[in-house]
Design a protein around this ligand. Structure first.
Ligand SMILES: Cc1cc2nc3c(=O)[nH]c(=O)nc-3n(C[C@H](O)[C@H](O)[C@H](O)COP(=O)(O)OP(=O)(O)OC[C@H]3O[C@@H](n4cnc5c(N)ncnc54)[C@H](O)[C@@H]3O)c2cc1C
Length: 399
């Protein structure tokens, strides 16, 4: 029996997997990308991913190099300022408001926000035009066999393919990770995030606003206008029981609850999409590589959605792996290159997860003492200009 051979098999066509396929294909490697679920590419259809991704500066450079940005830029809302609000006093009112302006560290905005359903639509269209990429939707990887010289991936359509490197981007419950025998450490917070779109009378002026009270952050990220009204993506994190209560509220009551939690900073908020709900965990794989396999994105690490770190960290993985592959194209998937990838990436990601875990726990705080400490901490960190700038650089993934 003959097997098709590729330089790289990308298992998983989420946003990370699709970007990986485009980036490696653009660099001249032959790529197969498989995913069992054809992506939902319309906003108001059941199953559409209503989360948005704020691509920070380094992620945009990667999308540019991968040839994807030209298709995306017209749909993106720039994020010039990150506003952090502490509303943890007795009343749900802002008591500390601090603006982090991208102009303090760069000529560019911090990032650009795009809806996930639209990203999938544009990325799939782009990959279908790339001669180096074979995108197979409706097909999953079901088994993995590796040898020193190559990997063999069994697919759900009964075929088997061989390759030099398997890029595992098949999500937090990855089949490839399990087949490679790599374990994960998971932290559960008993917390869920509601993700949806809203409209509001007061324009966002390209400010992303994160409001902390208890239960987790309430974050409004700019979107282009929707039906002629200013619009934002909302990620609202709460303890699980409260999140489900909110998810089930009648629309009018939900609008009132959102408006109160937003401290009415944008006027009354109106639901402008379905509500979707997401479990919140932290997770990290024990290793980011094994023989002929590299783990990237949520296959390697999951973080709570704070500071737009999730997919941006994933694209950081991809950048490291891609640079190593381009430096030594003849040895992709080799032991040495994968050891370097694991070493360059895992400790950096572990530190980032620790930082986000701390921010999440501070934001969840119920007791007035902890909430006061959080407000004081924000004041103090903001007051020290060098620290403030360093935090902004770190948030971008530049440090
Ligand atoms: C509410 C919320 C808001 C967020 N906001 C941001 C943000 O603003 N900025 C940011 O950077 N990040 C954000 N994130 C994180 C970001 O959304 C995730 O990191 C990202 O969507 C995960 O992408 P992925 O491609 O790694 O995984 P997934 O999207 O889970 O993709 C995995 C893919 O693998 C496929 N698959 C599964 N099994 C197989 C198999 N056996 N073979 C082949 N394919 C398989 C699945 O069908 C799926 O398509 C947010 C997360 C949440 C929950």
């Amino acid at each position: 029996m003959t097997h098709q051979h590729f330089d790289i098999v990308v298992s998983g066509g989420g946003i990370a997997g699709l970007t990986a396929a485009a980036a490696f294909g653009q660099a001249g490697f032959s790529v197969l990308c498989v995913d069992p679920t054809p992506p939902v590419t319309e906003r108001d259809v059941a199953g559409s991913d209503l989360r948005t991704t704020a691509f920070l500066q380094p992620a945009r450079s990667l999308l540019q190099d991968a040839g994807l940005w030209a298709r995306l830029e017209d749909h993106a809302a720039p994020l010039q300022t990150m506003r952090i609000v502490d509303a943890g006093g007795a009343e749900p009112k802002p008591r500390v408001i601090k603006d982090f302006d991208a102009a303090d560290i760069s000529d560019l905005p911090f990032g650009w926000n795009l809806p996930n359903w639209l990203l999938r639509r544009e990325m799939v269209a782009h990959l279908n035009e790339m001669p180096t990429v074979d995108l197979r939707l409706g097909v999953s990887s079901t088994d993995l066999f590796t040898r020193q010289a190559e990997a063999r991936v069994q697919l759900s359509d009964g075929t088997t393919v061989t390759c030099k490197l398997v890029v595992a981007a098949d999500g937090r419950n990855s089949t490839i990770r399990q087949k490679a025998g790599i374990d994960v450490k998971t932290t559960r917070y008993g917390q869920k995030a509601l993700a949806l779109a809203v409209t509001h009378p007061i324009p966002h002026e390209n400010v992303s606003t994160e409001i902390h009270r208890s239960g987790g952050p309430f974050t409004l990220v700019p979107l282009p206008d929707f039906e002629g009204k200013p619009s934002s993506a909302l990620v609202w994190m709460e303890r699980s029981a409260r999140a489900h209560e909110l998810f089930d509220l009648p629309e009018e009551a939900f609008n009132a609850a959102m408006t109160e939690r937003s401290c009415t900073l944008f006027g009354p908020l109106t639901l402008a999409s379905r509500r979707t709900i997401w479990p919140i965990i932290s997770q990290i794989a024990d290793r980011f590589a094994s023989e002929r396999v590299a783990l990237i994105a949520e296959t390697a690490h999951v973080v709570p959605p704070i500071g737009a770190q999730g997919l941006n960290t994933s694209l950081g993985d991809l950048k490291v792996l891609l640079d190593l592959a381009v430096e030594q194209p003849d040895t992709i998937g080799g032991r040495e290159i994968l050891a370097k990838y694991d070493q360059k990436r895992r400790s950096d990601v572990a530190m980032r997860i620790k930082g986000i875990d701390l921010l999440n726990r501070a934001s969840m705080a119920q007791s007035p003492i902890l909430r006061n400490a959080r407000a004081a901490g924000l004041q103090a960190l903001y007051g020290m200009a060098p620290v403030r700038k360093m935090l902004m650089q770190m948030g971008l993934g530049a440090k």
